[in-house]
Design a protein around this ligand. Sequence first.
Ligand SMILES: Cc1ncc(COP(=O)(O)O)c(C=O)c1O
Length: 419
Amino acid sequence: MRSYIEECDFFKGIDPEEIAGKYGTPTYVYNEEIIRKRMREVANVITKYPYRANYSMKANSNLTILKIALEEGLNADAMSEGEMRLLIKAGFPSDRIFFVPNNVDRSELQFAIDNGIMTSLDSLDQLDLFGRLNPGGKCSVRINPGVGAGHHEKVVTAGKKTKFGVAEEDVDKIFEIAEKYDLKIAEINQHVGSQYLDPEPFLAAVENFLRIAEKFDSLEYIDFGGGYGIPYHKLDDEARFDMASFTERFTALLDVYAAKYKDRLPLFKSEPGRYCVAEGGVILGRVHACKQNAGKKYAGTDIGMNVLARPTLYDSYHDIEILHKGKAVSRDVLEEISVSGNICESGDLLCKERPLAHIETGDLVCVLDAGAYGYSMSSSYNTRPRAAEVLITKEGKDVLIRRRETYDDLFALFPEINS
Ligand SMILES: Cc1ncc(COP(=O)(O)O)c(C=O)c1O
C-alpha cells in the first residue's frame, strides 16, 4: 500500500495542514465512517444466536465516540467508576453497561450496585465483598480459563501467569460464596488477551469456556471477552483479521452448546475495544528537528510517549506516513530514520531505524492506527498538556471533540494556586 490515508481518503478531502493549523499539533484525528464500519462488524459477529458486543471503552473513552457506539447498538464495558460515569453521561442505560473491574474498593462496587449495573467480580475476595454489599443480588464472575493470547506479555490477560480472574479449580468456592449471600451468578466472563490476528487461541478459549459454563446453572449471559486484532503493518499490506471465517468457526462452537441448552440459551457476549476504534484514528504531529547522531538520522517530533505510550510501553509498531505540505511523501525511496518525541527519555521513540519516506523539518508525521489505547493511555508527563481530538464526520467536516488541555487545566489541582 502506498499511502493509507490517501487510499481511504482518511481526512475526507480536508488538507491535514489545515487541521494542524486550526487545532495545533499533536492532534488525534478520527474518521467517523471507519469507526462506525468497524463497530457494525463487531455487532454482527454472531447472528444465529442472541448476541451482543460490548464496546470496551478503555480503548477510547472520548464522549463523542461513546455516543457513536451507543448509536451503533453496542453495549459497553467499563473498567472503573470513571468509565461508568462517562457511559451514563453518554446516554447508556444501566442495562447496557457491564462493569469489569479488578481490585476495587467498596465504593466503586457500591456505585455499580446503586446504578443497577451488572458487575463482574475478578476474585473470590471481591465476590465476597460484593455479597456483603448486595446480598440477594446478581453478578458475573470473571473466570481465568487457563489459556491466554495477545501481542505482548503485558496484554495477555488469562492463563496461569496473569493476575486476572478466578481459577477454574476454585469454581466450587464461587458457589459457596454465592450460597452464603444468596447471590445469583447470572453470568461468567473471560478475556484472554489483546491484538490477536490468529483466532486459534481465542476459539480454543471459547470452547474451553463453554465447557466451564456447564458447571453453572441457568446462566443468563456468557461473555467471551475481546481482543480481535487489526493490521498495524498495513503499509506492508498485512492481512486483516478474517471476520467471515471467524464468525463461521465461532458459530460452530456455539452450535454445540446451543444443541444442549436450546430451551435456556444465554445471551452470548464479546468485549472488543481495539477493533472498533484503532484504525479510525491517527495522530498528526510536527517534525521540529532533524539530525544525524553517529551516522543515524533522527526526526524529532511533538508526538512523545506522553501522547502515544504504546511504542515505549509494548514496543508496539505503528505505521508512519510523512506529509510534506499536506501530501503523503512517496515511499518509492526510503531512508532509515528513528522518529522520536520531545520527552526527556531515551525510550521516547515512535520507531527505531525504520525505512521511511524522506522527512524534513516542518513536515507533518501521521501515525496510523492510533485510535485505540492512544489518547486513553496518554499522560501529561514532562508537564505537557494532553493533545486535542478532532472528528472527521461522515459529512466530511472537522469537529473538535476534545479540546487540547491547557496549563491552567494541569495546574488546577494544586491548592496553593487555587486559594
Ligand atoms: C476485560 C477486558 N475486556 C475487553 C478488553 C478489550 O480488548 P481489545 O481492545 O483488545 O479488544 C480488555 C482489554 O484489555 C479487557 O481487559
